[in-house]
Every structure is written in C-alpha cells, then in structure tokens.
Design a protein around this ligand. Structure first.
Ligand code: NDP
Length: 330
C-alpha cells in the first residue's frame, strides 16, 4: 500500500522514507519545491518512491498528494531555535500545518495517521527535564500559548511549545473525528547518520548540529537537552506504529536515556582521538554531575513496538562518522 510522508527531505523524514520502503510500502514524500524533489529522488532511486510538492504547510491543497494513499506520517515541522517571530516561525506552521494535513487526511477518507511530536511536549513539572520523576504519556509541558507566542521565551522553549500545541491540536481534531486513528511519536534529541540531501554543513539539522559543534573546531560547548535516541530506531517506530492497533490513540515516548554534552564529548574523545585538536576543552567533571535528569517511560516504543534503540556510543559515533564523510563530500 501507499503512504504519504510529509517533510520527506528532512533528517528524520528521509530515514522514515527509507524504513517504509524497506518495509515494502510505496512511499510518497512531500517536499517544498521541485529542486528538493529532484535531490531526494537521487537518494531514493526506487520506483516505489514518489515525490509531491507541497509548497506551504498551512495553505496547500493535499488533494493530489493524498490520491491512492492509505496512511499518513506527518513529520514536517520547523525545528529551528533561532527565530524572529515565534508565532510565524514556529507556532503557526507547527499547529496549522498539522491541522491542514489532518483535515485533508480525514476528508480523503484515510483512517490512519502518525504525527511526529516531541519529548519536549511532555515534561510537566516546573523543573522540566530536571525533575526527579519518570514522565509518561499523561504529562504535558505547562507552557501556555500566550507565553510561547510572547517573544520572551528562548527559541528552544518556543520550539518545544510549538510541538506541544501542534500535538494538542491533533488530539483535539481526532476527538471530533474519531474515525481517524492517531498515534503521536514523541522522541527526545535524535542523533544519527545524515541521509537527506544537504548542500552545506551550515544547513545541518538542529540536533546533529549539536554534535557537529563538538568537532567543527568552534571549541564551544553547546547547550542541549541531556537525553538521546537514534534516528534509525525513531524512524522504525514511526513505521511500526502504522501497523500496530496497540498504539492507536497513544503517545509513544522515546528516549534511550541520559546523554550530557560531557558524555557525548567523552565518547568522541575516546574513540576518535585523532580529532582532538578540534574539540572544545573538556571540563574535568561533568557540569551536569549531581543534577537529576528526568526519566521517560518508553515502554510503548521498546516493548509494544519492539524498538529498543541504539546505545550512546553507537549513536554518537555513527553521527560523527557520517558528519566526517559529509565534510569530505561538501
Ligand atoms: P529537519 O529540519 O531536518 O526537517 C524538517 C522537515 O520539515 C523538512 O523536510 C522541512 O522542509 C520541513 N519543514 C519545516 N518547516 C516547514 C514549513 N514551514 N513548511 C513546510 N515544510 C517545513 O528536522 P528534523 O528531521 O530533526 O525534524 C523532523 C520532525 O521531527 C519535526 O517534526 C521535529 O519537530 C521532530 N523532532 C525532531 C527531533 C530531533 O532531535 N531532530 C526530536 C523530536 C522531534 P525544508 O527542508 O524544505 O525546510
């Protein structure tokens, strides 16, 4: 059968396309322009892969895109943390973009949809990811829409708020249209090999850019959410969710565990010492040492869908090796 994947040329989107093709689906991917479609076809030369152009997440008509489609994975959403206007740059495309995909999906009589949300939509305590708790599917980020759109929050917080409100909009939509079966996937920071088309390492996706900043000679310790998962497993979760009745109506949280910048840097330093002149100076102890980092209930992903996820070392080194390869090519 044929599925539609939005944001197919993104970091995660391309891995979802790959997993879906490997699972036997005919995959139609949305991209914003014909140039992006051509680039992506080079990555997936299969005759089971089609592209369709949806120039604007909010305004576009999905009639053509949804012809012959039996299920939708909506993954497109801005993941940027340097913003001018939180509403225009993040909240509108995330929320209205999700609603326009869901409206078109429902109108086309399609019954199954998986939406990529974020683990950022989950921490419900004031300390967020530093609360000594295990968060689960009933937890929701306490930030209000007014706060998120005020322009007073840092870009990364406005971003996780955009994911929260997009996800809430999706759950509200299926309450009105119960014939549409929704699952959301809520992954934490995703790292892994780059297979999507990029023209320069300056346009690397936001999560991998964190790891790249440790080896690109900028010598700065980035700020990042101290937990991780790998991109191939995250893509698999999306595809397996489509086939599982057990996760209909559920939020599938996915974090493999803690990964502070210090831990990531130490993995790289140990395994790739030849890169040492590019590293920022490594602090003697982990600045996060002694801080509590919340746990996230990933039972649905790991047990129900059976995707255990890669460990930290493998995840980080696969990412680093892929970035070094890209450096040579670009
Ligand atoms: P990328 O930036 O690599 O991909 C984002 C995709 O969404 C691209 O295809 C992009 O198209 C598309 N997109 C972004 N904004 C718009 C817009 N306004 N209109 C149309 N298309 C748009 O990011 P990721 O692969 O990391 O993110 C994919 C999804 O995963 C997002 O929903 C993100 O929130 C979510 N996520 C990512 C995490 C991570 O750590 N990477 C963690 C948790 C969730 P274009 O290339 O044309 O810009």
């Amino acid at each position: 059968s044929r599925i539609l994947v939005t944001g197919a040329n993104g970091f995660l989107g391309a891995h979802i396309v790959k997993e879906a093709l490997d699972s036997g689906y005919i995959v139609r991917g949305t991209v914003r322009s014909s140039e992006k479609a051509e680039e992506l076809k080079k990555v997936f030369p299969s005759d089971k892969f089609e592209t369709t152009i949806v120039p604007d997440l909010i305004e576009s008509d999905y009639t053509e895109a949804l012809k012959g489609v039996t299920a939708v994975i909506h993954s497109a959403s801005p993941f940027i943390v340097t913003i001018n206007d939180p509403k225009k740059d993040l909240l509108d495309p995330a929320i209205e973009g999700t609603l326009s995909v869901l409206r078109a999906t429902q109108a086309a009589g399609i019954k199954r949809v998986v939406v990529t949300s974020s683990l950022g939509a989950v921490p419900s305590k004031p300390e967020l990811i530093f609360a000594d708790v295990t968060y689960g599917p009933d937890d929701w980020l306490p930030i209000t829409y007014e706060q998120a759109s005020s322009g007073r929050l840092p870009g990364n917080i406005a971003y996780i708020a955009s994911k929260k409100f997009a996800e809430l909009a999706a759950w509200d939509f299926v309450k009105e249209h119960p014939e549409l079966k929704l699952t959301t996937i809520n992954p934490t920071m995703i790292y892994g090999p780059v297979i999507h088309p990029i023209s320069s390492l300056k346009s690397l996706n936001t999560s991998n850019a964190t790891i790249y900043s440790l080896i690109n000679g900028s010598k700065e310790l980035p700020d990042a959410i101290p937990s991780f998962c790998d991109v191939v497993s995250t893509a698999k979760i999306h595809v397996k969710a489509l086939e599982s009745e057990s996760v209909v109506g559920k939020r599938v949280l996915f974090s493999k565990g803690t990964a502070t910048i210090y831990q990531i840097l130490n993995v790289i330093a140990k395994a790739r010492p030849e890169l040492s002149d590019r590293f920022p100076s490594i602090p003697e102890a982990d600045p996060m040492e002694g801080k509590t980092i919340s746990r996230f209930d990933s039972t649905l992903a790991m047990d129900t869908l059976g995707v255990k996820g890669l460990g930290l070392e493998e995840t980080v080194l696969q990412t680093v090796d892929s970035l070094l390869e890209l450096e040579k090519k670009l």
